[in-house]
Every structure is written in structure tokens, then in C-alpha cells.
Write a protein that binds this ligand. Structure first.
Ligand code: S0N
Length: 271
């Protein structure tokens, strides 16, 4: 039995820590964990904290209760131009969370404990790994309910399950069982609901035994192949970070401050 410690309190999400893992739980089970702009602001804040905190090595994203991971944008606040926030401003800020999940330099696991529908389905799609309970159900509803996600929600989905299947998922708006999701490569593993957290923590712990920098570079590389200039920027940023750790880079800055010519002829040099 593990004890999660609260990292920060919010109205719409839970944010907990245990042994290197940051767990973010969308906590609106009354609405199948649909998100409003407020929920999304809180998710953005929690993911920022996960990025900054060195003791968080893996992030788990899940939903409260045993019915839903997330049912997408909250239809009660859907207006013209987006989901209306408390100040009357229409927002599509879940796109920022998608980008955070893809660019945070640590593995993010979707722990899918029920319905993953609409924008909630996209959230699990953009996570690095998805572990699902046997009762999980997957699907897009956009063309049925007046929305769509033609970004990661479509193009990255197609990279995961293939073009034909992605078009089927979006055009027909069917629901798929956990077994079907596993068969199409949409999730990594399916377990009984009462084993879901144990299994997810096990996957997190296995990754935490491995080199964080290696995982970071692999994530950046896998993203770069798909994300164009943005992906290259991410991978290049990691290369710069590593370069700054070298004597060669240190010498450049030191020489500037000491008003002398830098000595870059340092050994060893790799061929
Ligand atoms: C999830 C479903 C299948 C669960 O069915 P079930 O178990 O039969 O429960 P229900 O009785 O239907 O629901 C229980 C209560 O929860 C409410 N509820 C459920 N989902 C939502 C929701 N999304 N918004 C608001 N309320 C919700 C029900 O109304 C019910 O309440 P009561 O008891 O009062 O009747 C089933 O609930 C279902 O199909 N839900 C709708 C799922 C859906 O269509 N979601 C898509 C929403 N749209 C998006 O996600 C837009 C995409 C998006 O986010 C986006 C994309 C690109 C760019 C930007 C954005 C952006 O929005 O930011």
C-alpha cells in the first residue's frame, strides 16, 4: 500500500507525489472528468511543477473514480470560439497541455481508468505510454458533437494506429474496448481495474531505474521525427544543454570574461 503526498491543492485536479512519481488526477467524476478552462489552467500549473521538480522522474495522468479517465471538454461551458472561462473568455487551452505532455523531458504515462473520449482521448494519445483498465473505453466524438482536433489528436493518432484506423476512429465516432485498443497499438497494456495503479507504478519504477538523460533524449528524438522545426528545437535544446556541460563550452564563456582568445584545442576529440 503506497501513500501519496499532496503536492498542491486545486479545485479540479489532484496532484500527488510518491517515490519519484508525480500523479495528476482530473477530479471531476460527476462529469466523467470533463475539463473546463479552469481544470486546464490547473493541469498546466501541475505539469509545469512536474517539469521543474528534479525529484519527479515520471508523471502519471489519470481521472478520478472508476468510470472515466476524461470525457473531453465540458459541454456545459462550450461556447463560440472555445470553452468559456470564468471571465467569459473562450479558450482552447487544452492544446497547451498536449504540448506540455509532449515536451516535458520525462515519461508521461496515461493511466486510463474508464472512458477516454473526445479531448480526453487525445490526452491519452499524446502521453508517452498508456496503461488501461479492462473497463476502459476509447473514442473520438467530435464530428457527432460539433468539434474536432485536427492537430495531435488526428495526425499523431494516425502515427500510432495508422491512417486507415485513425480515419475510422474520427469519421465513424465508434467506441472501442480496451482489448481493441490494445490490438490496434493504441495502449501498451491492459490490466484489471484493481491492478491498474500497481501496474502503472511498476512501469514508472522500471523507467526510473534507467538513465533519465537517455530517456529524455529518446523522447526528444521520437518527437523530432514528427514535430518539424518544433521537434528539432526540442532535440537541439537538449544538445545545447549537454554541450554546456563540456569543457569546450565552458572555455568559450570563460575566455570571453577573461578577455582572452579561447583555447578550443581540447582533448580528447571524438572522430
Ligand atoms: C463519456 C460518456 C461516454 C460516459 O457515458 P455514461 O457513463 O453513460 O455517463 P453519462 O450519463 O453520459 O454522463 C454522466 C454525467 O456526466 C456528464 N458529462 C459527460 N461527459 C461530459 C462532457 N464532456 N461535458 C459535460 N458533461 C459531461 C453527463 O452530461 C452526465 O451528466 P448528468 O448526470 O447531469 O446528465 C458520455 O458521458 C459521453 O459521451 N460524454 C460526452 C463525451 C464527448 O463528446 N466529449 C467531447 C467533448 N469535446 C471535446 O473534447 C472537444 C475537443 C477539444 O477539447 C479540443 C480539440 C481541439 C482543440 C481544442 C479543444 C478544446 O476543447 O480545448
Amino acid at each position: 500500500m503506497r501513500t501519496w503526498q499532496t503536492i498542491k491543492e486545486y479545485s479540479d485536479i489532484l496532484f500527488d507525489f510518491y517515490d519519484g512519481i508525480g500523479k495528476i488526477t482530473i477530479n471531476r467524476p460527476r462529469y466523467r472528468n470533463a475539463f473546463t478552462p479552469t481544470t486546464v489552467m490547473q493541469l498546466i500549473d501541475a505539469f509545469n511543477i512536474c517539469r521543474e521538480r528534479g525529484d519527479i522522474r515520471v508523471v502519471i495522468l489519470t481521472g478520478a473514480g472508476d468510470k472515466a479517465f476524461c470525457s473531453g471538454g465540458d459541454m456545459h461551458v462550450k461556447g463560440r470560439g472555445g470553452y468559456i472561462d470564468e471571465n467569459g473568455v473562450p479558450r482552447l487551452n487544452i492544446l497547451d497541455v498536449q504540448k506540455q505532455i509532449r515536451t516535458i523531458p520525462k515519461p508521461v504515462i496515461a493511466m486510463v481508468n474508464g472512458y477516454a473520449i473526445g479531448g480526453g482521448h487525445v490526452l491519452h494519445v499524446v502521453c508517452d505510454l498508456s496503461i488501461a483498465s479492462e473497463n476502459a473505453i476509447f473514442g473520438q466524438t467530435g464530428p457527432k458533437v460539433g468539434s474536432f482536433d485536427a492537430g495531435f489528436g488526428s495526425s499523431y493518432l494516425a502515427r500510432v494506429v495508422g491512417q486507415k484506423k485513425a480515419r475510422e476512429i474520427w469519421f465513424l465516432c465508434r467506441q472501442y474496448s480496451a482489448k481493441e485498443a490494445l490490438d490496434m497499438g493504441l495502449v501498451n497494456k491492459v490490466v484489471p481495474l484493481n491492478e491498474l495503479e500497481n501496474e502503472t507504478v511498476l512501469w514508472a519504477k522500471t523507467m526510473m531505474e534507467h538513465s533519465p538523460l537517455a530517456l529524455r533524449m529518446i523522447k526528444a528524438g521520437l518527437n523530432a521525427e514528427l514535430d518539424g522545426q518544433t521537434g528539432i528545437q526540442e532535440l537541439a535544446g537538449d544538445a545545447t544543454m549537454l554541450y554546456y556541460m563540456t569543457d569546450e563550452a565552458q572555455e568559450g564563456g570563460k575566455a570571453f570574461l577573461e578577455k582572452r582568445k579561447p583555447e578550443f584545442n581540447l582533448k580528447p576529440r571524438c572522430p
